[in-house]
Design a protein around this ligand. Structure first.
Ligand code: S3P
Length: 173
């Protein structure tokens, strides 16, 4: 396997695309620490993403999302970062992702594939009502933003998680 070098390897993409699972596999393969944004937020606050979102509101959640991204990118040890899906909404975050310390891979999927996968998760209050319409609108809004920060794009459609992890490692070597 190729090692992506001194940069942080950052996975971005829509909810349900597999950033956390693929991130965990790649981090193990490269023997790097994994920074998973949602997990970091939950550890730091002692609350679930859903609780923060529903009690404090989206802006408070987005501030935490940015805080953990900036912190992960500032770490001196090269890592794998599974960034939360909404991280690209902030211009400051996009600037940070375009910086020299980040090698960004956009994990891309059809909305139909995402829909099938998000049925299993509980930490996505944004999808409580009409997940299909929400995901389609969100995809249209966010695809250009993921594109803007991506150094590479890996499609997950018709690929096992294992194959996706291998494709990411191949593209970033
Ligand atoms: C969000 C994605 C979720 C979580 C929150 C908001 C988003 O993380 O941070 O529900 O706005 O796309 P995942 O991308 O890990 O599902």
């Amino acid at each position: 396997m190729n090692d992506p070098g001194p940069d942080h390897l950052v996975l971005v993409g829509m909810m349900g695309v597999g950033k956390s699972t693929v991130g965990r596999m790649i981090a193990a393969e490269l023997d790097r620490p994994l920074h998973d944004s949602d997990e970091m937020i939950e550890e730091r606050t002692g609350r679930t993403v859903r609780e923060i979102w529903l009690t404090d509101g989206e802006p408070a959640f987005r501030a935490l999302e940015s805080e953990v991204l900036v912190e992960s990118l500032a770490a001196s040890e090269p890592s794998v970062i599974a960034a939360a899906g909404g991280v690209v909404l902030s211009e400051a975050n996009r600037d940070a992702l375009r910086g020299p310390e980040a090698h960004v891979v956009w994990l891309q999927a059809d909305v139909d594939v995402l829909l099938e996968r998000v049925r299993r998760g509980v930490h996505r209050p944004l999808l409580d009502d009409d997940p299909e319409a929400t995901l389609r609108t969100m995809y249209e809004q966010r695809a250009p933003l993921y594109q803007e920060v991506a150094d590479a794009i890996v499609s997950v459609d018709n690929r096992s998680i294992n194959d996706v992890a291998r494709a990411v490692l191949r593209c970033c070597g």
